[in-house]
Unconditional design. Structure first.
Ligand code: ATP
Length: 252
C-alpha cells in the first residue's frame, strides 16, 4: 500500500511586509484523505490555500506534492500537477449551461486544440454525466448556470473542480450562505468525493464540520493550534477559548 503523503507542508511561513499570516505551518495529507481546516477570522486559512496553489509565496518553508517540491512553481503548473481550488464565491460561467460548465472545466487543462474542438470525446461526456449525478444536478443539465439557486451554483462549482480530475481539491467555505439542508447536502457530496480525491475543506460552520467528521486542523494567528478528530477538537479547552466559544457567541 502506498503510504507516501500526497501533500506536505514543511515549516511554511508567510510574511506580508512584516505581518506573519502563517508561522511554521507543517502538515501532511495522504492520498484520498479528507482534512478540515477551521479557525477564527484572520487565522490564515485562505492564505494557506493560496500558498498551496502558488498564489502566495512562502517566505520560508517547503511544499511538496507527490514528493516533488512545488513551492516555486507558477499557479498554472501546480494546477496541471493535480491541485484544484474552489473559492468562496461561485465562479461558474453564468451564460453556459450546467453541462457546458462541466465540460469547459474538464478541458481547461488539456491541449488548446482539444479545448476548442467542437464535440467532446465520449469519455469526457460520460465523465461529465457521472459528475452531474454526483452533484445532484442531472435534471438541471440544460439550465443556464446563472439561473441556478445559490446552493446549486456551489455544487456545480464543486463539480467543476472534480471535472479537472485533480488529485487534491481545495474547497474554501463551500457552504458559505447556505441553510442547514443545503449544508448537509454539501457534506454528503464532499464525503462522496473522498476516496477518489484528497479534499482539504475550509469552513466555519461547526454543524458542517461535524457532518464531515474528518481529521481537523485548527489554525489560530497563523499557527496550528490543534489537530485531531472532531470530538477531540470539540473537547479541547484551548480551541474552545479561541474559536468554538466565539463561534457559539456568533450564532447566539
Ligand atoms: N495580501 C495580503 N497582504 C497583507 N495581509 C494579508 C494579505 N492576505 C491576507 N492578509 C492578512 O493575513 C491574515 C490571514 O488572512 P486569511 O484571509 O488567510 O485568514 P482566514 O483564516 O482565511 O480568515 P477568514 O475566515 O476571515 O476568511 C489576516 O490578518 C489578513 O488580513
Amino acid at each position: 500500500m502506498n503510504t507516501a503523503p500526497l501533500l506536505t507542508l514543511e515549516n511554511v511561513t508567510v510574511d506580508f511586509d512584516g505581518f506573519k499570516a502563517l508561522t511554521d505551518v507543517s502538515l501532511s495529507l495522504a492520498p484520498q484523505d479528507l482534512r478540515v481546516l477551521i479557525g477564527p477570522n484572520g487565522a490564515g486559512k485562505s492564505t494557506l490555500c493560496d500558498t498551496i496553489i502558488g498564489r502566495v509565496r512562502p517566505t520560508s518553508g517547503r511544499i511538496l506534492f507527490k514528493n516533488q517540491p512545488i513551492t516555486a512553481l507558477p499557479e498554472q503548473d501546480i494546477v496541471r500537477r493535480g491541485i484544484c481550488r474552489k473559492f468562496q464565491t461561485p465562479g461558474v460561467l453564468p451564460s453556459l449551461s450546467v453541462m457546458e460548465n462541466l465540460l469547459v472545466s474538464a478541458r481547461k487543462n488539456r491541449a488548446w486544440w482539444l479545448a476548442f474542438s467542437s464535440s467532446p470525446p465520449a469519455a469526457e461526456q460520460e465523465r461529465a454525466e457521472e459528475i452531474l449525478e454526483t452533484i445532484g444536478l442531472t435534471d438541471r443539465r440544460e439550465t443556464l448556470a446563472g439561473s441556478l439557486a445559490h446552493g446549486e451554483k456551489q455544487w456545480l462549482e464543486i463539480g467543476m473542480v472534480v471535472a479537472t480530475d485533480a488529485e487534491l481539491l481545495l474547497l474554501d467555505e463551500p457552504t458559505a450562505g447556505m441553510g442547514p439542508q443545503d449544508t448537509q447536502r454539501t457534506a454528503d457530496l464532499i464525503l462522496s468525493l473522498v476516496g477518489r480525491h484528497a479534499v482539504l475543506v475550509i469552513d466555519h460552520d461547526m454543524s458542517f464540520v461535524e457532518a464531515l467528521n474528518g481529521y481537523t486542523t485548527v489554525l489560530h494567528q497563523g499557527q496550528i493550534l490543534r489537530e485531531g478528530t472532531v470530538s477531540e477538537i470539540r473537547a479541547d479547552a484551548a480551541v474552545e477559548a479561541v474559536y468554538l466559544g466565539r463561534a457559539k457567541e456568533d450564532v447566539a
